[in-house]
Design a protein around this ligand. Sequence first.
Ligand code: SAH
Ligand code: F3S
Length: 446
Amino acid sequence: MNHVVKKVHIKTFGCQMNVYDSDKMVALLQQTHAMEPTEDMTHADLIIFNTCSIREKAEEKFFSELGRAHELKEANPGLLIAVGGCVASQEGDALLARAPFVDMVFGPQTLHRLPQMMEERKRLGRHQIDVSFPEIEKFDALPAARVEGPTAFVSIMEGCSKYCSFCVVPYTRGEEFSRPAHAVLAEIAELTHRGIREVTLLGQNVNAYLQLEDSGEDVDFARLLEQVCALEGIERVRYTTSHPLEFTPALVAAHGALPKLAGQVHLPVQSGSDRILAAMKRGYTAADYRRIIDDLRQARPDISLTSDFIVGFPGETEDDFQDTLDLIEAVNFDGSFAFSYSPRPGTPAADLPDDVPEEIKRQRLQRLLALTDARAAQVSAAMVGTRQRILVDGHARRNQQELRGRTDNNRVVNFPGGERLIGHFVEVLITSTAHYTLRGELADVL
Ligand code: SAH
Ligand code: F3S
């Protein structure tokens, strides 16, 4: 019999957690169904959408792509379509009612059951749905993802129990739970054997991490960082995303004590107005946030800070927004992600009138980004003429003759160099900048 390798196409929306989950799905389907990934949706036997519902736009993008897949399926009825991630989790049966051609629906915590669901789909001839939260089972059931290059993401905790009034994550990904520290460390140790030198620890709230190990030791996030930094072969450690609430003195101290910990933190603040922060249920004030930043700068003076902001939250006045701009000036962020507020079904804020006009939201977004972008450009400009230690992670995106690496403060540097440098730390002399991307020349191989 002519055996053809089946192909899977995954379209990933949203956060790093989804990117991590998608890599795991490919590895899983390779193992159970000998499937190979394809970049081309029209060549696929199985199309998976790993969806995001954090903002209205992300969800709309998914539904338009789903329409394309539907057309392909009409021409090729054997094509399987699976929808995972946060839209699947939130919509559940409603998604099947809206798109009855979808074969499988699974949530962020049930992706490991996808191979079984495919078998059941075949055996029973009807669509399958499982958007439950069986928690830690997911990690135990997943194979190691395929790695390319010297950097990798490792999930250390799932979900979120903060329930910010605007956010769907606690409903779509479930409550916070942490992976056992020994399992995290084993996954990273295994990655070092495959050439990984830099690891990014992932979670919606990494600093909520807490595990009681069998040894009786309490491992919190600061302790976990220490243990990860102690692993042989790991040279640089990052994490995302942290939350101001559990930014403990021990975590601040870790930034001073652990040289392998990158000098860069993404710490979402959302707003600089105490009134809005309270309405968002963030649990801190602008002054609390500034104290954390001051402490971090004491521990690690050169630290680079980025943040997330929402503009146009219900009731946000020009004064509230000015408080946000003031906070940005005071903290001196090195870049930001800023979003126009969009009400998400099922969240408490969705019951408030969405009363800031779209035009005002758009203007505030632009004003905010102009401020943080200008600062990021200044930091880049100040790096010209300096030597930077970068981990070479592959070829430059635009020019295959050149290489690419990331600095400690997470900027991409493109520079001419030989392929053998990929996977190694080198020192480059920064020669010019284009906004967030830098150019350099090789100064030293470390
Ligand atoms: N865990 C992170 C946030 C994850 S969501 C934290 O601790 O803050 C990523 C970002 O999306 C959030 O930081 C927020 O800025 C934005 N966001 C979430 N819900 C939103 C909404 N309803 N409208 C606009 N932006 C939103
Ligand atoms: Fe969302 Fe707030 Fe958690 S933004 S992910 S509910 S910390």
